[in-house]
Design a protein around this ligand. Structure first.
Ligand code: AMP
Length: 217
């Protein structure tokens, strides 16, 4: 099954995609994680992407399209995968459809994670991320045992540049302008399902499982 998870930044797509991987072994492809790992490894791709990401802008389409094409062609994705953070606009959605069509495949389902902007601002500004393993914590909802170290690997916890208040506003504006049109795109293809992502991660996981397994909209 090929699944697209989309929604505003901070809506919990990454958490659910990781859960699908750990519980159902459905491979998880996150363009945000791939780009952050390229930055951490100091690759030319990372160096090119960093300034866009720090400012909350989208990285150029050709860069992320190439990243996804390379991964989906690898053997680990042959039984299906979950895309988290891609596509981010209509051009990327068309590129994905074309890329899959050439390989005799297609997106099976696109799931929209709905959360109002006010909740997202609260979620993102309190978020802390491990520099090493990418584990995420929240100052109020999922506090780490130590304010500065990751519970899972002990490395430093930071506030991502793009989780700063001014950058969050910009990311939300870009989401509404560029990513939200995917709602109509996938609705037209009768692949759209949506869920209320304000609920607890456990409740969202149940809703996601229903969205993937049933015809319920
Ligand atoms: P995320 O972790 O998905 O919130 O992504 C973090 C940042 O990575 C975004 O704000 C963009 O700068 C960049 N990024 C991730 N995915 C894409 C994409 N599909 N297209 C363009 N930029 C992306």
């Amino acid at each position: 099954m090929i699944v697209v998870l989309f929604g505003p930044p901070g809506s919990g797509k990454g958490t659910q995609a990781k859960k699908l991987w750990s519980e159902k072994q459905i491979h998880h492809l996150s363009t945000g994680d791939m780009l952050r790992s390229a930055i951490q490894n100091g690759t030319p791709l990372g160096q090119a992407a960093k300034s866009f990401m720090d400012q909350g802008s989208l990285v150029p389409d050709d860069v992320v399209i190439d990243l996804i094409a390379e991964k989906t062609d690898s053997g680990i994705c042959k039984d299906g995968f979950v895309l988290d953070g891609f596509p981010r606009n209509i051009l990327q959605a068309h590129a994905l459809d074309l890329m899959l069509k050439k390989r005799g495949r297609s997106v099976d389902r696109a799931v929209l994670f709905e959360v109002p902007d006010e909740d997202l601002i609260r979620r993102l500004s309190g978020r802390r991320t491990c520099v090493s393993c990418g584990a995420m914590f929240h100052l109020d909802h999922v506090p780490s045992k130590s304010a500065s170290a990751c519970d899972q690997c002990g490395k430093a916890l930071i506030q991502r540049e793009d989780d700063r208040a001014d950058v969050i506003q910009k990311r939300l504006a870009i989401y509404h302008q560029q990513t939200e049109p995917l709602v109509a795109f996938y609705r037209q293809q009768d692949k759209l399902r949506s869920l209320d992502a304000r609920k607890s991660p456990e409740e969202v996981a149940v809703a996601l499982s229903e969205a993937l397994c049933t015809g319920k909209k």
